[in-house]
Ligand binder design. Structure first.
Ligand SMILES: Cc1cc2nc3c(=O)[nH]c(=O)nc-3n(C[C@H](O)[C@H](O)[C@H](O)COP(=O)(O)O)c2cc1C
Length: 214
């Protein structure tokens, strides 16, 4: 497996301010591919995407079919000013290996929220839709923001996948403990946009944009 430019993505209260639009540094020249999968927390991802765009970052969004049940592509299209990637076959129609190109162009892939399903597919090497194919074809760093019900998060199969992914250089932010959409309190809540943005900026900072290296 190619190196993912491993850097710890542990978030801490000591990280710099991550209020949307409040970053001191610009992310101009960087490209981030945000993959949205099917969890309630998908609405928080819109805040993250908007803040990255405000920082000057080029953002492309890819969504699973299930993600589109939670937030419409029009939201992300409006926020990014770019078409939202939803189909393996639209991508394939537009040129040779175009289904892998968005991941190759990105300085960082972010999966937020990352469902139990996409973690399992990634750990198991399954590529049966656009998002999982992009993830498996990525050669750069991938930051995962898991979000799910506490029992799902604590399931041995999910924990096994998380251990595997960490061991293989994938970066995880959260999940946090807190109020969940299933009206319980416990681990499984996606990290707040501020924490996610801090982790994204931390990953981008210190490495030149890929575009400048081509
Ligand atoms: C209302 C609702 C909320 C859900 N929330 C989550 C969630 O937060 N995390 C999760 O892993 N799955 C959640 N699921 C289940 C996923 O949507 C389901 O596992 C789906 O297959 C994920 O597909 P994807 O990973 O391709 O987007 C939810 C399902 C429903 C109906």
């Amino acid at each position: 497996m190619p190196s993912r430019g491993r850097r710890s993505a542990e978030t801490s209260p000591g990280l710099p301010s991550a209020e949307p639009g409040a970053a001191a540094q610009s992310l101009g020249g960087y490209e981030v591919l945000v993959c949205v999968t099917g969890g309630i927390a998908a609405y928080k991802t819109a805040t993250v995407v908007s803040a990255l765009v405000q920082d000057g970052c080029g953002v492309t969004v890819a969504m699973t079919r299930n993600a589109r049940r939670f937030v419409g592509p029009a939201t992300f299209q409006a926020l990014t000013g770019r078409p939202v990637l939803t189909s393996l076959w639209h991508a394939a129609d537009s040129g040779a290996m175009a289904h892998l190109r968005p991941a190759e162009l990105a300085d960082l892939l972010v999966v937020a929220p990352a469902t139990a399903n996409v973690l399992g597919k990634l750990a198991g090497g399954i590529a049966d839709d656009l998002v999982s194919t992009l993830l498996l074809g990525a050669d750069g760093p991938v930051l995962l923001a898991p979000a799910m019900n506490t029992r799902m998060w604590q399931h041995p199969a999910v924990q096994r996948n998380v251990v595997f992914l960490r061991e293989h250089g994938f970066l995880l932010v959260g999940p946090e403990e807190g109020w969940l959409a299933c009206r319980t309190v416990g681990p499984g809540r996606m990290s707040d946009p501020a924490a996610l943005l801090a982790a994204i900026r931390d990953q981008l900072r210190g490495r030149p944009p890929r575009a400048g290296q081509r």
